[in-house]
Design a protein around this ligand. Structure first.
Ligand SMILES: Cc1cc2nc3c(=O)[nH]c(=O)nc-3n(C[C@H](O)[C@H](O)[C@H](O)COP(=O)(O)O)c2cc1C
Ligand code: SF4
Length: 416
């Protein structure tokens, strides 16, 4: 009998099993209803994800509070959202009971929108570009932790299979973890203080949800790629030093994380590192190293999921010194799993371009896949706070993109 490709073999995440190793990364689309409930557009997106048979779907960043948010029309997880979220999850599970779904609980911190929300910082000295952020300390951060815990508890109650306690991409989690958080306060200064924020969230979340079948894990930026960012040697250097990031994943594992979703960069500061695009495809190779660092640091039973795989598509990307047949998503996914670099791969933009990719691959219909062109029009929608979708393959969003450019002109700076 022919051996199954590793990408399509089941994977255990905590006590749960995802039927294959293709994960749909969290992708916010700014299309919730005014009260934060899923809208018809949200329904359509996740219905497609579930019909497309991904092993695991990470629900886009969902907020448990309204004071510090990065996007208008973001999904929220407050008491008034529970009936709608319950119905949403039941509907998705009815479509496909095998695909797992984890909610990504977020707090936007200093990259909250400064027009209709409030930016916050945790250092006397603001990060350049974030001078308008309000300084907060223990009292406000205690509330943030309570919000993470309550949001997670609500996720459990509405039927999610787990939560992704977001610690990546320049949002509050990574803001507190990074060396730039240099003042001496409860969660600042020494590495032991900075990591304690994440540890407290894990301990208090698990205490609030004592059901081991509910999975905890985090997406992390292992190296943010700017001076003082996560994974640097100090508050004023960009020199890569992964000592703290390695300790972080071990600490999360010790405090209940069943998986780590590796990412790098911060879309507000180092977008190309987080989302390698056509101009910078080679950045994606660095993610392999970051995945291996996590894999080597963790116990075999803790799953490592790798990010930034969209760029490889069918091999037709402007990489040099490689053959397309040895530089595509399927090739690298299987090879990296086989070689113990990663346990599963996550796709972000490719999930917009074709949410049916896992099913098509499993059924041998690869020729029908709509490969993401990495044009980044979807990123542009996000930056400008429009509803997000694929402007290449969805005619509605092609029209919306043309209209947006006509009305707002060309984008001046490409960062979120
Ligand atoms: C429109 C858009 C929305 C995103 N929303 C989120 C999000 O809610 N949470 C998150 O952790 N990452 C978010 N990301 C980042 C992706 O999850 C992913 O890490 C990134 O796109 C790199 O993967 P890719 O190369 O497969 O696209 C978003 C990216 C895009 C383009
Ligand atoms: S808009 Fe472009 S980058 Fe975004 S999913 Fe579609 S093809 Fe990919």
């Amino acid at each position: 009998m022919e051996e199954k490709e590793l990408l399509f073999t089941p994977i255990k995440i905590g006590t749960r099993t995802a039927p294959n190793r293709i994960v749909l990364n969290a992708m916010e689309c700014c299309d919730a209803l005014d009260n934060g409930d899923p809208s018809p557009a949200t329904y359509k997106r996740y219905e497609d994800y579930f019909k497309g048979q991904a092993g695991l779907v990470i629900l886009e960043a969902i907020t448990p509070q309204y004071d510090y948010i990065a996007r208008r029309n973001q999904l929220s997880i407050k008491e008034h959202n529970l009936p709608a979220l319950k119905k949403f999850i039941a509907h998705l599970k009815e479509i496909n009971p095998d695909t797992l779904i984890f909610f990504q609980i977020t707090h936007s911190g200093e990259i909250s929108n400064n027009v209709y929300s409030q930016r916050i910082r945790v250092t006397e000295e603001p990060l350049p570009g974030y001078e308008d952020a309000k300084l907060v300390r223990e009292e406000e951060i205690e509330q943030v932790i309570k919000d993470y815990v309550l949001g997670s508890k609500y996720a459990y109650e509405v039927g999610a299979d787990g939560v992704d306690l977001k610690l990546c991409h320049g949002y509050l989690g990574s803001q507190i973890l990074r060396p730039f958080n240099k003042d001496n306060w409860k969660y600042g200064g020494s590495w032991e203080n900075r990591r304690q924020f994440a540890i407290d969230i894990y301990d208090r979340t698990r205490a609030a949800i004592p059901d081991e079948n509910f999975v905890l894990g985090s997406k992390i930026s292992i190296y943010e790629g700017f001076p003082g960012g996560v994974g640097t040697a100090g508050p004023d250097t960009a020199l890569m030093d992964l000592t703290e990031s390695i300790d972080l994943v071990k600490q999360l594992e010790a405090h209940g994380a069943s998986y780590i979703l590796q990412s790098a960069g911060s879309p507000s500061h180092t977008l190309d590192l987080a989302h390698p695009d056509r101009r910078t495809p080679d950045y994606a190779y660095m993610h392999f190293y970051f995945q291996k660092v996590c894999r080597d640091a963790l116990k075999p039973e803790t799953a490592v999921i790798g990010s930034a795989y969209s760029i490889y598509r069918d091999g037709k990307q402007p990489f040099c010194a490689v053959k397309p047949e040895k530089n595509n998503l399927r090739f690298w996914g299987n090879k990296n799993i086989k070689e113990g670099i990663v346990d599963a791969i996550a796709i972000g933009r490719q999930a917009f371009a074709d949410p049916y990719l896992p099913k098509k691959m499993m059924e041998g219909n690869e020729k029908d896949i709509h490969w993401c062109t990495l044009c980044d029009h979807c990123v542009e929608f996000l930056i400008r706070q429009h509803h997000v979708g694929c402007a290449t393959y969805d005619p509605h969003f092609t029209e919306e993109y043309v209209k947006m450019i006509k009305e707002e002109g060309k984008l001046k700076a490409k960062h979120t």
